[in-house]
Design a protein around this ligand. Structure first.
Ligand SMILES: Nc1nc2c(ncn2[C@@H]2O[C@H](COP(=O)(O)OP(=O)(O)OP(=O)(O)O)[C@@H](O)[C@H]2O)c(=O)[nH]1
Ligand SMILES: [Mg+2]
Ligand SMILES: [Zn+2]
Length: 272
């Protein structure tokens, strides 16, 4: 536990169950006994990985490993559901092609801010640092996109273990194994995580999913039915589908939306 730049090793009072404490919790403790008295209400809670009070999520992707854009979409849904500000960061821009960058802009440009950075060359790192002020930011994304490398580049005093891509893929393990919060300065907290690759959390009902696609919002008022979830084929009744056909909504992102909707739907049917 960090307080006034000092590190404390704390134990929990009986009424505060230790397993209920999350990385990111703001707690009250007495410095004499080093005992946690209470946990303050959480602003946000992420389960996998477990971390509380996150205000901003940097979703890191890179040209290698090949991006899992379903994961990016799911992370964005989580952010919009919980009121966390998302930012997409394309790392390894030293080796990414213009086509790759353009495709990311086409798919996410209307959804959130996109930054092009390189932990290796330092490109874009100063702008990224500015984004971190007054936030608890979590770095999310597949293994090996360079999350730990970004942390190391942001602050040379901090050392988060960086892994080698080939051994990681052959062993199928994340290099970073725990959630750790690094205080970059007095106002910027940054959390490294072992990726969010196991995020298959779709605890929300299928019907709610479309609420977390901000680019649908300017069209969905014109759908014929107020309850439209925009998975119908008929353009005459669905304005979102119409916007996809007119290239006003990105087709690839829309297709993944339909897939995710169907996945949640079939899960719901299984448990009915
Ligand atoms: N070319 C290039 N390679 C990079 C860059 N940033 C990171 N890498 C390489 O990508 C690999 C993975 O980096 P890590 O920082 O360990 O990735 P991670 O996202 O923390 O991975 P996990 O901890 O497993 O989730 C390493 O070999 C890095 O050297 C970059 O900007 N450019
Ligand atoms: Mg890491
Ligand atoms: Zn619709």
């Amino acid at each position: 536990m960090l307080y006034n730049d000092k590190c404390y090793k704390l134990t929990a009072r009986k009424k505060v169950k230790p397993q209920k404490i999350l990385v990111g919790d703001i707690v009250e403790f007495s410095p004499e006994s080093n005992v946690i008295e209470q946990i303050y209400p959480r602003r946000t809670t992420l389960i996998r990985p477990a971390i509380s009070n996150v205000t901003q999520m940097i979703i890191v992707i890179a040209p290698v490993p090949k991006p899992d854009l379903y994961l990016v979409d799911k992370l964005l849904v989580k952010c919009f559901e919980l009121g966390i500000t998302p930012v997409v960061c394309v790392n390894k821009s030293d080796i990414s092609s213009q086509d790759f960058n353009n495709s990311i802009i086409m798919q996410y440009g209307k959804v959130c801010d996109i930054n092009f950075i390189s932990a290796n060359s330092g490109k874009g790192i100063d702008d990224l640092r500015k984004l971190l002020a007054n936030n608890l930011t979590v770095l999310a994304g597949q293994s090996a996109v360079g999350k730990s490398s970004i942390i190391n580049r942001l602050c040379s005093k901090l050392v988060s273990k960086v892994g080698d891509l080939s051994t990681r893929i052959s062993r199928g393990k994340n290099c970073t194994r725990h959630v750790t919060i690094y205080p970059l300065d007095n106002i910027s907290l940054l959390a490294d995580t072992p990726g969010f690759s196991c995020l298959d959390v779709f605890d929300m009902g299928a019907e709610r999913l479309c609420n977390f696609y901000p680019e649908f919002r300017m069209f969905d008022e014109n759908c014929k039915y107020r309850t439209c979830v925009h998975v119908v084929e008929n353009c005459n009744i669905c304005a979102v589908k119409r916007a996809v056909n007119n290239h006003e909504i990105n087709n690839e992102r829309y297709s993944r939306y339909v897939d995710l909707y169907q996945q949640i739907k079939s899960k719901e049917r299984k448990y009915e």
